[in-house]
Design a protein around this ligand. Structure first.
Ligand SMILES: Nc1nc2c(ncn2[C@@H]2O[C@@H]3COP(=O)(O)O[C@H]4[C@@H](O)[C@H](n5cnc6c(=O)[nH]c(N)nc65)O[C@@H]4COP(=O)(O)O[C@H]3[C@H]2O)c(=O)[nH]1
Length: 843
């Protein structure tokens, strides 16, 4: 707006200045012509007046001259002669006066003659003749006066006067009269001639003036043409070239540009405007090139149509997307032609309801359109079509095929477990909700929650890759177990769930659970390992056990825990009241955390008896939890919970430190045995923790015994053995605990030279009833003896068991027969009375 205003003011200024200049020049011309005309008039008038004046002068002067001469003659006639003749004094005076008068009159006549000579050069001769006569008259008059003055020459004067003076006067007068007459006539002629001459001169002057004016006008016109019209034409041509866009500079030389008038100003304005336009065009060209590059490099197709649905512009991607030929992307191509071309080459949606006419009609409605076209080959194009203010439209076409695939993949990932590709918890919940809607129509829905038995051990011992492969294998078997419309999901870890619909309940869920247990109980071959796991299944049925997905999942989960408690590899239906147990477990976890913080844990010690000497060789540290309200909580209850929740690390380290510290108060030959969870071996700092416990307490490494289970040996064996060797290097003894309950691989005994093998309590309790147990105990005792390892029998409760174990070659025993685990403060009294007690059982 400011720019426009500026231009307008500039134009006004120019117009005003230019008009003023032209007007000033025209006025100057008119004034010049007027002045010339006025001068001509004045000159003509002046000339006429001069002639008239001459004429009048001549007439005026001839008359007095003539009169003067006549009077002189009369004076001479009347006075002069008589006076001269008488010579009377008075008369002489009169004669002198008359003579002076004659001289005066002659002077007047001479002046007249002078004027005649001036104005009538043709009469100069006549004038000269009269002058001669006058000289003669004068001479005569002088002689007479001289004669009068002398008085001697009276006679001669008479003679002279009589004869010559009169004659001279008459002759002179006659001449003058003749000349006067001639002059009168000549004066008129001359005047007429002069007037004619003046008229002729006037005509010439006027003609000259006219010619001059014409020339001036022509000159002015030429000048105007040269200085105004021509530059204006140049400017107009330049303006035209500017309009056509071909003007790059003001192409008419420097002369116009350096002019200091309005044309110069205008030309310079044009020059500046052209320069600015050129710069603007250059900028525009650069910007256009950029925009063009940007448009053509857009990953989306772009097209613009005018109000008549003719193509204004489209980019390369648009042509590529629809495989359009170059002739279809030419500006002006109708939308219909383009759509028809797309239709013909198969780049238009083939689905029902899609047609060229429909699409044209939709565009014509001038409303935004957002649509996704599915093209042949499964390609999806998202189209965003926007009407423009000028009636046209602009559209963006984007190939979203890949994005849709990614979206689908993301959606799949959001709803599926990456490891097994089974639906995840989210998807399972959704499926449950959908299934539950069918309850109103009499459909049955049951939820089965599955948890693998011993999976944790597999994972901890064989490593995650085996655990993962096992989960995948489990998923495959589960898929094979269910019907098409049932859904198997992995909820996380080793937890799976199934929603079973339209089955005859509870029979259907029972059959399914039994089938799954049977399938999953069969050994798995994973990554070169044969793995045996079981599964515990909890079942909840809608609507009796819950009407919402969350309720059913929660209740099936509780039932599953019940199945685990029931001995694993079994299933359990949800029953009211189970909820409380789960709550109980959670409460226990919270309390355990608190217990660690509040130092509520305590160590009890159970003696180990060396059969060779019947003496206490050491004590096994067994953790106890003195709960303010629950009383003493057994480690069998909270150690698995601590392992599941990761609290075992803190508990294990506390036990280690406490046991070492307590043992320092015992006799120096008494050892202390500490249980280590397999999970503690996952911590690389275990060796350091042991060093710290020994260092802090001052206990010798030889007095510390670490009990590990077979599970420790299953996991990352090399690293574990390295750790065990490091511990051994501290002087610490390593025992294999609970031998016989796990895989009982004799290979472990070869891999690491344990100091002791502890035979699990279950074999001891079976000794009397089960001959196999005796054989196992004997074999272990023999192996221990062969490998130089001590063998400790756990859970010895009876004399018979003791005798049998002694017989079989066990080197050490532990059990209630000797003592239950006792608090640390009782160790000394236990040691004091050991001798007599052991004397009794040693028999
Ligand atoms: N019926 C019967 N039981 C006997 C007899 N003699 C000993 N016991 C019990 O057998 C268990 C021996 O410990 P374990 O096999 O290492 O089994 C332990 C051990 O695996 C674990 N545990 C205990 N304390 C710790 C600990 O500090 N750290 C770790 N990691 N585990 C521990 O808890 C398990 C159970 O510990 P406790 O309840 O103290 O149970 C102890 C002990 O009280 C007997 O004659 N008859």
């Amino acid at each position: 707006m400011a720019y426009r205003g500026h231009r307008y003011i500039h134009a006004m200024k120019f117009t005003t200045t230019f008009s003023f200049g032209i007007a000033a020049k025209a006025a100057l011309l008119i004034v010049t012509l007027g002045a010339l005309s006025a001068f001509a008039n004045w000159y003509v008038l002046h000339s006429a007046q001069s002639l008239d004046h001459v004429n009048r002068t001549m007439v005026e002067r001839v008359a007095p001259a003539r009169l003067a001469l006549a009077e002189a003659k009369a004076a001479l006639n009347n006075v002069g002669l008589a006076a001269y003749k008488s010579m009377a004094a008075s008369e002489l005076e009169a004669a002198r006066a008359a003579s002076n008068e004659i001289a005066n009159q002659i002077a007047a006549v001479r002046q007249w003659l002078h004027a005649v000579s001036d104005y009538f050069p043709t009469r100069t001769q006549d004038s000269d003749a009269i002058r001669d006569k006058l000289r003669h008259v004068e001479a005569t008059a002088r002689q007479i006066r001289d004669a009068i003055e002398s008085g001697d020459k009276q006679r001669r004067i008479d003679e002279m006067l009589d004869l010559r003076f009169e004659a001279a006067l008459d002759d002179t007068l006659a001449q003058m009269n003749r000349l006067t007459n001639i002059l009168g006539g000549e004066s008129r002629e001359t005047l007429a001639e002069a007037q004619n001459e003046q008229a002729r001169e006037l005509r010439i002057i006027i003609a000259a003036l006219a010619m001059g004016t014409f020339l001036i006008v022509m000159l002015a016109l030429a000048l105007a043409h040269y200085s105004v019209a021509r530059p204006l034409r140049q400017l107009s041509e330049t303006a035209l070239r500017i309009r056509e866009g071909s003007a790059r500079t003001f192409a008419y030389g420097d002369r116009t540009l350096v002019r200091i008038d309005e044309i110069g100003t205008l030309a310079r304005s044009f020059q500046s405007m052209i320069a600015k336009l050129a710069a603007a065009q250059e900028t525009l060209a650069v910007q256009y090139a950029r925009v063009d590059a940007a448009i053509n490099n857009l990953p989306q197709g772009l097209c613009m149509f005018d109000a008549d649905q003719n193509l204004i512009v489209c980019n390369r991607r648009y042509a590529e997307l629809y495989e359009l030929q170059p002739e279809h992307t030419v500006t002006g191509t109708p939308l219909r032609t383009i759509l028809q071309a797309r239709h013909a080459n198969g780049r238009f949606p083939q689905a029902e309801g899609f047609s060229v006419e429909n699409r044209i009609a939709a565009v014509r409605e001038r409303k935004p359109i957002y649509t996704v076209d599915e093209l042949a080959g499964g390609q999806f194009i998202a189209i965003s079509h926007q009407p423009m203010l000028d009636g046209g439209s602009v559209a963006i076409h984007e190939d979203i095929t890949e994005r849709r695939e990614i979206d689908a993949k993301i959606a799949h990932m959001a709803h599926h477990d990456a490891l097994t590709d089974l639906p995840n918890r989210l998807r399972f919940r959704e499926a449950m909700e959908i299934a539950l809607k069918g309850i109103e129509h009499g459909r049955s829905v049951s939820t089965l929650c599955l948890d693998l038995d011993h999976f944790k051990t597999v994972n901890d011992t064989l490593g995650h890759p085996v655990g993962d492969a096992l989960l995948q294998a489990v998923a495959d078997r589960l898929r094979a177990c269910v019907r098409k419309h049932d859904l198997v999901a992995r909820l996380g870890g080793d937890e799976f769930a199934i929603v079973q619909v339209d089955a005859d309940q509870p029979h259907g869920a029972t059959i399914l659970a039994q089938r799954i247990i049977a399938e999953l109980s069969a050994p798995f071959e994973v990554l070169g390992h044969q793995v045996v796991v079981g599964v515990s299944i909890g079942i909840a049925m809608a609507p009796g056990d819950g009407e919402t997905a969350d309720q059913l999942i929660k209740n099936a989960d509780m039932a599953m825990y019940k199945a685990k408690e029931a001995g694993r590899a079994t299933y359990h239906f949800f029953e009211p009241g189970m909820d409380a147990k789960l709550q109980e477990r959670r409460a226990l976890e919270v309390d355990l955390r608190k217990a660690i913080e509040m130092d509520e844990l305590e160590l009890y010690y159970q003696p180990l008896i060396r059969l060779e000497t019947n003496e206490i060789s050491g004590f096994e540290a067994l953790v106890r939890w003195q709960h303010p309200t629950r009383g003493t909580v057994s480690p069998a209850d909270f150690i698995p919970l601590a392992e599941e929740t990761g609290l075992i690390g803190a508990i294990g380290n506390w036990v280690l430190n406490r046991a070492c510290a307590d043992a320092t108060a015992w006799p120096s030959h008494i050892k202390v045995a500490v249980n280590l969870s397999p999970l503690q071996f996952k911590n690389n700092a275990l060796v350091l923790q042991v060093v710290a416990a020994l260092g802090n307490s001052g206990l010798s490494g030889q007095r510390l015994e670490l009990e590990i289970t077979e599970a420790v040996m299953l996991h990352d064996t090399d690293a574990t053995i390295a750790m065990l060797n490091d511990l051994r290097a501290l002087g610490v003894r390593i025992s294999m605990d609970d031998f016989g309950t796990g895989y009982s691989s004799l290979g472990y005994l070869r891999k690491f030279p344990f100091d002791k093998i502890k035979i699990d309590r279950s074999f001891i309790q079976d000794l009397s009833a089960n001959p196999d147990s005796i054989a196992i105990v004997r074999a272990v005792a023999n192996i221990g003896s062969a490998l130089g390892m001590a063998t400790t029998a756990e859970g010895v409760e009876t004399e018979a068991e003791l005798a049998q174990l002694r017989h079989e070659g066990c080197t050490e025993v532990q059990g209630y027969l000797f003592s239950k685990p006792r608090p640390a403060k009782e160790i000394h009294s236990l040691l004091a009375r050991e001798t007599c007690a052991l004397q009794q059982v040693a028999v």
